[in-house]
Design a protein around this ligand. Structure first.
Ligand SMILES: [Zn+2]
Length: 55
């Protein structure tokens, strides 16, 4: 479980994205997608943060 529920500030478009609005994608670079997810801005698609979602 992740404790990350704060909004994210997108450094590309300046938008503040609530945690439940971010786009989750697979990580880049071969990390296990069941353990790691990349959070992306829904407006511009920039990567916001990579989070650990495994147990
Ligand atoms: Zn953005």
């Amino acid at each position: 479980m992740t404790k990350t529920d704060d909004p994210f500030d997108c450094q590309s478009c300046g938008e503040t994205v609530p945690f439940d609005k971010v786009r989750r994608t697979k990580t880049i670079g071969g990390l296990d997608p069941t353990k790691w997810q990349t959070l992306c801005c829904p407006s511009c698609g920039s990567r916001l943060q990579t989070i650990y979602v495994g147990e």
